[in-house]
Design a protein around this ligand. Sequence first.
Ligand code: ZN
Length: 85
Amino acid sequence: MSQKIKSIFISCSDSVQCCDRAQYDEATIFEKIKIYIHIAICKACREYTNKNVKLTKLIKKSNLKACTKEEKEKWEKEIAREAKK
Ligand SMILES: [Zn+2]
């Protein structure tokens, strides 16, 4: 097996790390491909990823409810105004 192909098969700890980065869109395309390949062959990491995805969705949902775009802009303006004082 060539070195390049070997690097596609990552360990579980590498997969978890890449997965966490992917949650925040910090992972590269290559890292995301490596996660997909790893979770295709590793059940434990597949379950971890599923939980992580659900959690991220929940967080995004609650953020949306807690603060709309308009509210956020309003807060930003108020903060900027306070900062000028
Ligand atoms: Zn794994």
